[in-house]
Design a protein around this ligand. Structure first.
Ligand code: XMP
Length: 526
């Protein structure tokens, strides 16, 4: 079988917002890559076996004392190197060039004039009569002087070194960001680096990833039995489909219907996973238990904890039943951990990542169960998970669904959770989503949902005075969910949604639209 990890790229992260995007682009090109912190153990960097190294951008300034540097081993490795933004600046600073702090930041679109040909830029242009690239810039400092043995290959009217290279060493630097789509030739440039300059074969495809994971899972679990907490979300559904393909009936899924799911979601999950795909799924109808446990609790963090704890309890009970029923010895717990979770938890260990809310992800491991973990999506970004989901035969609509928080409607009903609120909210939410799909807006926003506000407002319905609940609509656009803009949905569209909700759902008499950005507001209301 093809070794899809044989040709790979290492990305050293200097803390840029765009680092994961670099990795996603490289993967899209078809090459495996990993992101490690810039101060990662140099011996491991050498042992990793990459065919090339990318130095990412970052928020620091090379002109300041103690600024992060690429380990010397990187330059001694003989491997091709591509420095992007800060990555290029630190190359310049470390290799005998010069950087300087600018008077003003340059942020956004820029035109870069190509002034010398190298393997990265040769013939690349966005114009017919001259060689220039339309790119995306985001920097304060810039390279003032390229290091000795480097050629300046591009300039702009604001900076003297927009790109540089030392072709003998196969070292390249660009001030702009090839990973963002605003840089029109960005993917071509990255492809030239990883395929032509580093010589990587493009083996990283959905079909290969599936074959690779199936083989690994089979080897890992052997004849043992595996349990999976199915949430209805993309990640756990793809894990289920993948494990089902790998080990068939050795997989049992537990799907806890908390009563806090989206409208008819429980039935949909069962229809797709159990009926359509033939996955063994135990459905636990636990709504009453959840509502009882949440009674009287209004604090968001306390609610999250209750929901998380209850999930573990129920999961525990159900797995004991599976074992008791003699479905082989259950030794493994499957989880839908994906690569950004791995990067984030590495970051939180070193204190680099901030935890704003205690995110509870369905599938927490009951301590005493002593199950070993199988995590077949650990290497994958969300877009890769989606692609393999489609390849495995899951419906597109399920695979491309907006993210839904683990605690579900529990954090979208502000304050105390009650079953009647959950019902009203799920129905309002379903109308909003249905209209988004009808208007072809669903895929244009990153996440959209309704929020239940436990306040009553006065309205007139027919001739009567109504005194009923308020629902807020929230829709955001974001790349990484760390920052987000509220989506500028057309007024006419919002009007339609509002009319439908108020007319069709008794108990809601007012609909408002949330126009807060993140930061300072988070995407969810709790
Ligand atoms: P916030 O509200 O922090 O949301 O801006 C960022 C993204 O995370 C999701 N989210 C959660 N996901 N458990 C989850 O699994 C949680 O407790 C949780 N809280 C927020 C949110 O839906 C958005 O996509």
């Amino acid at each position: 079988m093809t070794n899809i990890h044989s040709d790979k790229i290492l990305i050293l992260d200097f803390g840029a917002q765009y680092t994961q995007l670099i990795a996603r682009r490289i993967r899209e090109i078809g090459v495996y890559c990993e992101i490690w912190a810039w101060d990662h153990n140099p011996a491991e960097i050498a042992a990793f076996g990459a065919k090339g190294i990318i130095l990412s951008g970052g928020p620091e300034s090379t002109t300041e004392h103690g600024a992060p540097k690429a380990p010397q081993e990187v330059f001694d490795s003989g491997l091709p190197i591509l420095g992007i933004c800060y990555g290029m600046q630190t190359m310049a600073a470390q290799l005998g060039g010069a950087t300087e702090a600018a008077d003003a930041r340059e942020f956004g679109h820029a035109r870069v004039d190509v002034v010398a040909a190298d393997k990265l830029l040769n013939g690349l242009t966005d114009h017919d009569s001259f060689q220039a690239l339309e790119v995306w810039m985001s920097h304060g400092d810039h390279v003032a002087k390229a290091p000795p043995d480097f050629t300046v290959t591009a300039v702009t009217d604001r900076i003297p070194v927009a790109a540089m290279s030392n072709e003998t060493k196969r070292w390249y630097g660009v001030q702009f960001h090839p990973e963002v789509t605003h840089t029109k030739q960005g993917t071509t440039l990255l492809k030239r680096f990883v395929a032509d300059i580093c010589g990587c074969q493009t083996l990283w495809t959905a079909a290969h990833i599936i074959d690779d994971q199936i083989a690994r899972v089979r080897e890992q679990v052997g004849k043992d039995h595996v349990l999976l907490g199915l949430s209805g979300g993309v990640d756990s559904s793809v894990v289920a489909a993948l494990l089902h393909r790998a080990i068939g009936d050795q997989l049992t899924c537990v799907f806890v219907d908390t009563g806090l799911l989206r409208w008819q979601e429980g039935d949909q999950v069962m229809a797709t996973m159990a009926e359509h795909m033939g996955v063994k799924v135990i459905r636990v109808n636990a709504a009453e238990r959840y509502f009882k446990a949440l009674e009287g609790e209004a604090d968001p963090e306390a609610k999250r904890k209750i929901i998380g704890r209850l999930f573990v309890e129920i999961f525990d009970e159900e797995s004991a039943k599976v074992t008791a029923a003699g479905s082989g010895q259950v030794k493994w717990l499957a989880q839908g951990t994906i690569y950004p979770d791995v990067i984030e938890s590495a970051g939180s260990k070193t204190g680099k990542a901030h935890v704003i809310k205690s995110h509870h992800n369905v599938g927490g491991l009951p301590e005493h169960m002593k199950l070993k973990l199988v995590e077949p999506l650990r290497e994958l970004f969300k877009d890769e998970v989606r692609r393999i989901g489609v390849e495995l035969g899951l419906p597109r609509e399920m695979v491309y669904r907006h993210p839904f928080p683990g605690p579900g409607l529990g954090v979208r009903i502000l304050g105390e959770v009650k079953p009647e609120y959950a019902e009203l909210l799920a129905r309002a939410d379903a109308i909003f989503i249905e209209e988004l799909r009808k208007a072809d807006l669903y895929d244009k926003v990153s996440q959209a949902f309704a929020v239940f506000l436990p306040v009553k407002s006065v309205g007139v319905v027919g001739d009567a005075r109504a005194y009923e609940w308020v629902v807020a609509l929230r829709a955001v656009e974001t790349i990484d969910f760390m920052t987000a803009h509220w989506a500028e949905l057309p007024y006419g569209f919002l009007g339609t949604v509002s009319n439908r909700i108020i007319n069709e759902i008794r108990g809601i008499s007012r609909v408002v639209y949330d126009i807060s950005g993140k930061p300072p507001a988070t995407i969810e209301w709790e």
